[in-house]
Design a protein around this ligand. Structure first.
Ligand SMILES: [Fe+2]
Ligand SMILES: [Fe+2]
Length: 300
């Protein structure tokens, strides 16, 4: 019987993630004492497997969220928060195809056509997603183009910059880690999350196009599965960089989303008003009082 694959990556100074093909995952503190031989103290060099690679990728995301666990905002859902989330979704989508193509052409130059082909396919699949967010904003009666032109939520800015920078690197493999992080979080959203957002919206309004496509019901789940399969085939040095970037991106994402969620509804409505030059007809009155769970979290 073939031995099960074990993969490991050091993601911060004192934490490595270890994952086995069978699905087990550990967080490991490398031993500092010379007497104990620590097999995980040196970078892995072996092959990957889908089972162990997904353990490392998801382990990296979980680790990124640990830091904000105690500070996690749990606001009441409001239309204002959903509008801000859609603006964030627009900004994290609008440059994605162009950025991915830039990284793909770099991998072609580097003689890595398989990575280029994967990124080009992703660029095709992500094309037009910014327009879904604009349509949702329009459905809510918001002048979407004007709003996104004048407003990037503060917590979303570092994420957009990170992806721009990663795709412009000489060896832009980290872009895969960033994309995985965002898609994996989106794929956690279930039908009930979408139904809750629907119940916030005015009667007869469908403003969940972006959310649906970036949830377990849309293409995100298959994007996640395809990325895991692809990453598992890459050399160990690439897998290490991707996992490390997945961790860094999840730190930015956790902090950024939380920053937005901690704002009051009045602050959000004021940000929107400033950006479009008029007040929106949304306030607490439109939020059904029986909805207590957090649903207005960012949608991408
Ligand atoms: Fe997308
Ligand atoms: Fe996607």
């Amino acid at each position: 019987m073939a031995e099960l694959v074990t993969e490991w990556v050091n993601v911060t100074g004192d934490i490595s993630i270890i994952a086995r093909e069978s699905g087990e995952v550990w967080f490991h503190t490398p031993s500092r004492t010379k007497e104990i031989a620590d097999p995980f103290a040196i970078p892995m060099t072996g092959v990957g497997s889908a089972g162990s690679t997904v353990g490392l990728l998801d382990g990296a995301i979980n680790l990124g969220f640990v830091g904000i666990e105690k500070r996690l905002a749990r606001p009441e859902p409001t239309v204002a928060a959903y509008i801000v989330a859609l603006v964030g979704a627009y900004h994290t989508s609008v440059d994605t195809p162009r950025n991915l193509r830039r990284a793909a052409s770099r991998f072609n130059e580097l003689g890595r056509p398989e990575v280029a082909a994967y990124l080009e396919e992703r660029a095709r699949e992500e094309t037009g997603h910014d327009r879904l967010a604009l349509k949702d904003l329009r459905a809510l009666g918001v002048p979407g183009e004007r709003l996104v032109a004048n407003f990037i939520p503060e917590g979303i800015k570092p994420l957009c910059k990170r992806f721009d920078d990663l795709c412009a690197e000489d060896y832009p493999i980290g872009s895969i880690g960033y994309s995985y992080c965002l898609e994996r979080i989106a794929a956690l959203k279930q039908e009930a999350d979408i139904a809750r957002v629907r119940s916030l919206c005015p009667e007869g309004v469908d403003a969940t196009r972006f959310l649906r496509s970036h949830s377990s019901l849309g293409s995100e789940a298959s994007h996640v599965a395809e990325t895991v399969e692809f990453v598992a085939t890459l050399p160990a040095s690439d897998r290490i960089k991707i996992i490390q970037e997945t961790y860094e991106s999840s730190l930015l994402l956790a902090e950024g989303y939380n920053h937005e969620l901690l704002k009051s509804e009045a602050e959000m409505l004021e940000e929107i008003r400033k950006a479009i030059g008029e007040a929106l007809p949304y306030g607490r009155g439109l939020v059904p009082s029986n909805i207590e769970e957090q649903v207005a979290r960012p949608v991408a």
